[in-house]
Write a protein that binds this ligand. Structure first.
Ligand SMILES: Cc1cc2nc3c(=O)[nH]c(=O)nc-3n(C[C@H](O)[C@H](O)[C@H](O)COP(=O)(O)OP(=O)(O)OC[C@H]3O[C@@H](n4cnc5c(N)ncnc54)[C@H](O)[C@@H]3O)c2cc1C
Ligand code: FES
Length: 259
């Protein structure tokens, strides 16, 4: 059965067991979850994770191999705080995956840009790109060195890897978008996820330099399947849960105009 283009079975909850927890910083943790039911999940797609007694929250996994799923979660409000209190051996429930992920099947040179916890779907995408054997550079932009998430993992994948810190505590000092402007010409595709200001600047750079881009946007996601309308991207009529969260530059430019 299908609902707004979805196989309805993704609306059914499944669950997994937490096998390992990594503390990246005071506010960000990763959880390795052994999933009970393998479901196809492309990088950039999201799940709705449910903590009984609280709300469901959308999360884009930072790794998935059909059996192990990693989520990387920033503590923000009640539900993400409850996720941070979970322990090894606890069960987590989720629906999905939902939405459209990053498309990486075209041969070419990829520039991967993650800002803050937005690096989460980007590092999973990096794993896929390495599977295809394409060239890529992985760039992570954070406020300070201790906020860096997947720099060692990207290096271990054999990718050129750059950390940009706003305070200059490690890597290149400055804004990640300033660094991207220096190198964007060398790439065919840019894939990005992070704060809205970073995404809009990346879109502008891609339009200016003629680079195809795919950007993952956030919105308030409730139903996850295009029914409730809570996740409209600006006033475009595009729904983040159904038409995104990853949008390509042609769609974004058509709906948002020349940013
Ligand atoms: C497609 C997508 C992927 C995401 N992936 C990640 C990820 O990998 N890691 C991560 O740390 N965060 C991710 N987020 C953001 C995460 O969903 C919010 O931080 C979370 O919902 C906040 O819930 P809360 O109850 O802790 O905080 P509160 O701010 O108290 O949120 C209250 C409720 O509002 C809604 N809400 C608030 N902020 C957001 C938001 N930014 N997006 C969606 N709903 C929101 C949720 O329904 C939430 O339960 C993603 C968001 C989207 C849309
Ligand atoms: S979350 Fe309901 S329409 Fe997108």
């Amino acid at each position: 059965m299908y609902l707004t283009g979805y196989d309805i079975s993704i609306l059914r909850f499944t669950w997994g067991v937490i096998e390992d927890i990594l503390n990246h910083s005071k506010s960000i943790k990763s959880f390795n979850i052994r999933v009970r039911e393998p479901r196809d999940l492309d990088p950039g797609q999201f799940i709705m994770l449910w903590i009984p007694g609280l709300e469901e929250v959308p999360l884009s996994p930072s790794y998935y191999d059909g059996s192990l799923m990693r989520i990387t979660v920033m503590k923000r409000g009640p539900t993400t705080e409850a996720i941070h209190r979970l322990r090894i051996g606890d069960r987590v429930f989720y629906r999905g995956p939902f939405g459209n992920g990053f498309k990486v099947s075209n041969k070419g040179r990829y520039l991967l840009v993650g800002g803050g916890y937005g690096a989460s779907p980007i590092i999973y995408t990096a794993h896929k790109i390495r599977e295809y054997g394409y060239e890529a550079m992985y760039v992570e932009g954070v406020k300070t060195e201790s906020d860096a998430l997947f720099i060692d993992e990207a290096k271990s994948l054999g990718l050129d890897t750059i950390l940009v810190t706003e305070d200059g505590s490690s890597g290149i000092k400055g804004l990640v978008t300033d660094y991207i402007e220096e190198v964007i010409n060398e790439y065919d595709y840019l894939l990005g996820c992070g704060p809205e200001g970073m995404l809009l600047k990346l879109l502008e750079l891609c339009n200016r330099y003629g680079v195809e881009c795919q950007l993952s946007f956030e919105a308030i996601v409730k139903c996850g399947v295009g029914i409730c309308g809570s996740c409209e991207l600006y006033n475009t009529g595009l729904l983040v849960c159904r038409d995104g969260p990853v949008f390509d530059s042609r769609i974004l430019s058509r709906y948002l105009g020349g940013v």
